[in-house]
Design a protein around this ligand. Sequence first.
Ligand code: FES
Length: 82
Amino acid sequence: MMGSTKNHYQLVLVIMYVCICNSVTDRQIQEAVRQGADTFGKVSSELGVATCCGQCEEHAREVIEDACGTQHPIEISLISMA
Ligand code: FES
């Protein structure tokens, strides 16, 4: 669209699986923290994170720690399509 002055944006929401065994995403963990699950044990009990192979535990703990520290709403990135 050469010469167009309109800006077009695409909403990009990146969702990452933290626990593959139990199909748990970083967003689900962040929401659990927002709802009061502020420890690894609470999140694991609620979502089942790290209850199978355990490979996700370290990353899950990082996501929980970040979520406990920030408590911000979901960030939204806008990418210009112009
Ligand atoms: S990846 Fe989370 S228990 Fe296996």
